[in-house]
Design a protein around this ligand. Structure first.
Ligand code: PHE
Length: 452
């Protein structure tokens, strides 16, 4: 989840479109030990084969979790991404994501738990039902995986808010799921991650009792609301303040419980903007010397409640990124580790408790640069996608290191540095060269750039 939420800038990630320049050729690798044929390059070979087909389609269809979906010109999901849909890390017993999920669920005792919703949702569910404007940047194909024009891999768990409310069976819900976003490549970003959505609604007529909190124990003494973070016209000030206070009180309680080892944990609320809540907030905690953003939340837009048949109710919602929290609580330094099937990772969490991860070793890294003249439609996330498809989890980090615009032709050139490092083995210089060659080839074919 990214910062940057003050109005009018939407909270969605903005990817800089800086223009880039000529760069150095490939850098030498670190000394590397030989690699066995068996542990060799299998993952990458798979990815490479997959990447050379532009779409993972059979007769104009794509299969996701056993279901066929028609493809069209909007389709941009790759086989690499589709292969992640079966993993459901949040449901794997004693995986750190599962441990954290259960910890939070045990805090919100009376809330109904939902955790097996299909990741394929309509554009309507993911965006329109949440009042995203038609031109919202989150809808861009550079940011979102489209299965086809009308269908996406959900980019957030909020995509299910309206459906959950339509068949409302409980006052509170915790909904956990894998979510998908086209993104940059580094140790804290992965195209698939896990979110937990919390939803709580109240009977407007009984709001005084239902939303009552013991404000003595809360650091928040009434909502501090400003013009930039307004109460909705559909709500009275009293209603909105009660719901807002209940929301922040509940979340503070949960976070203090989660970080129970940290005495006097400092929490702060940052004004935020989401199309589907107002007022909206992000919660940050001061942890090991840094302010860490944990979640986004707010009072649900009444229109969403009204349209789902709940005009007599008022409510709040929050969404938190489980990897973000798990990385600090379990001391997991690289987001790729969550996807590891290496027993040296998995077995460390068999107790089902929050324990500190003991790194088994750090294998040598090796970086390679690639530079090219961009096409007009080039986007950094498209390049990241090529790297993911070809190199899989061997790519630790992709950094834009140089930019250049030709003064006469106005053509732009970019140079990216790809840092390769395996989580569980060393690899040979030749292997990395082979991967890099593939990256170059697929970049050229798929993105229509001119390599330099
Ligand atoms: N869906 C938002 C995100 O992914 C988080 C959020 C959920 C914010 C619910 C407000 C309410 O960033």
């Amino acid at each position: 989840m990214l910062r940057q939420c003050t109005r009018p800038i939407p909270r969605w990630r903005t990817v800089s479109n800086v223009l880039y320049a000529r760069c150095r050729t490939t850098a030498p690798c670190q000394p590397i030990s030989p690699v066995s044929a068996r542990t060799g390059w299998v993952g990458c070979l798979y990815s490479t084969a997959a990447a050379s087909q532009s779409q993972p389609t059979t007769d104009g269809h794509i299969e996701i979790l056993g279901r066929l979906h028609p493809t069209d010109s909007a389709t941009n999901v790759s086989p690499t991404i589709v292969s992640k849909t079966t993993r459901r890390l949040h449901l794997q017993r004693n995986h750190p994501i599962n441990i954290l999920k259960r910890r939070i669920e045990s805090h919100f005792r009376d809330y109904a738990v939902m955790d097996s919703m299909d990741p394929v949702v309509t554009v309507h569910q993911n965006f329109d039902s949440l009042l995203f404007t038609p031109d919202h940047p989150g809808r861009a194909a550079t940011d979102t995986y489209y299965v086809n024009t009308n269908t996406v891999l959900r980019t957030h768990t909020s995509a299910h808010q309206s459906d959950v409310l339509k068949t409302r069976k409980a006052d509170g819900y915790l909904l956990t799921a894998d979510v998908y976003r086209r993104d940059e490549i580094d140790v804290s970003h992965y195209p698939v991650f896990h979110q937990m959505e919390g939803i709580r609604t109240f009977d407007k007529k009984k709001i005084e009792e239902e939303a009552k909190v013991d404000s003595e124990t809360s650091a928040i003494q009434g909502a501090v609301l400003s013009e930039s973070n307004p109460i909705q016209p559909a709500h009275t000030t009293r209603e909105a303040q009660l719901v807002d206070l209940h929301l922040r009180h509940s979340l503070e309680g949960m976070v203090r419980d989660l970080f129970r080892e940290e005495k006097d944990l400092q929490i702060r609320w940052i004004e935020a903007y989401f199309p589907f809540t107002s007022p909206s907030w992000e919660m940050e905690v001061f942890y090991r010397g840094n302010w860490l953003e944990l979640l986004g939340c707010g009072v649900m837009q009444q229109e969403i409640l009204d349209k789902s048949g709940n005009s007599d109710r008022i409510g709040w919602a929050f969404g938190l990124g489980l990897e973000r929290i798990a990385m600090v609580m379990f001391d997991i330094p690289d987001i790729r580790l969550f996807w590891s099937t290496d027993d040296r990772f998995i077995s460390q969490f068999s107790s089902g408790q929050i324990v500190k991860f003991q790194p088994f070793s750090k294998y040598p890294a090796c970086y390679k640069d690639i530079s090219f003249w961009c096409s007009e439609t080039f986007h950094d996330n498209d390049f990241a996608e090529v790297v993911r498809d070809v190199a899989g989890d061997l790519a630790e980090n992709v950094e834009l290191i140089d930019q250049f615009q030709h003064p006469k032709t106005k053509r732009t050139s970019r140079c990216f540095r790809i840092n390769y490092r395996s989580m569980d083995r060393t690899f040979t210089n030749e292997e990395v060269d082979r991967i890099q060659d593939q990256v170059r080839q697929v970049t050229k074919e798929r993105l229509g750039v001119e390599l330099r």
